[in-house]
Write a protein that binds this ligand. Sequence first.
Ligand code: GSH
Length: 257
Amino acid sequence: MPAPDVELIQFRYSPYNEKVRWALDWKRIPHTRRSLLPGPHAPVVLRLTGRTEVPVLRLGGEVIAGSARILEAIEERFPDPPLFPADPDERARALEIQSWFDDDVGPCVRRALFHVMLPSPDYLVRVFAGHRGPGMQRVYRAMLPLVMPIMRRSMQVNAYQVERSAASIRDGLDFVVKHAGPDAALVGGAFGVADLAVASILAPLADPPHPDMARPDPKPEALVRFLREWARHPGVAWVHETYRRHRPGSAEATATA
Ligand SMILES: N[C@@H](CCC(=O)N[C@@H](CS)C(=O)NCC(=O)O)C(=O)O
């Protein structure tokens, strides 16, 4: 059988993109990844989907946007092993948890993270453009002062919103501590879409040692402090445990720029 034509258009290290990487890797689906730079990505993605958000998955002739829709399409096309619970109530519960983390906790985690990373543009270049050559890294570094205010506005990175975000993040972490059952699973006693979604969205707080999510070292002091503060929460230990048990290595076939 020929290898399926699957391409993930993504940002490196991004939690919503991590959901899709994890699903592809967990189902051992050979795929390619095109890692775009935040900012210059906009016209490329706009042409594909009419919006600017990644992840986007090209699956054969289809272009699918949004991590939750992509996971559904992957499950439909590659049902084995199943990521979605077979029981309808458990499935509904898992999708409800995913929506909460996607729509509420995720933006708060991202806002808190960028609050500590935006003052370090050289580090942002290493995070997002570390896979590109030195010339492109210099161009991206020169462009960042133009892109950063747009990022600040779109993610609402300001003192008031950052402060409010901490409570949502804590709610998310408390939830996993309260609801993790056997095998650390949140729904139905076995690893599935809820665990994958929640662990991906919370991963920036945990910095799990997986090549797709462990941001480069050395990290700026503010980021080190941020990780140290959240590391005290037992929900962060759940993220590490879920990565350790269930996050396989990459099924990426060929790295593309
Ligand atoms: N709900 C969307 C959220 C995706 C999202 O927020 N993507 C961010 C990266 S983490 C993005 O593409 N931001 C740039 C933009 O919106 O232009 C999903 O689940 O895919």
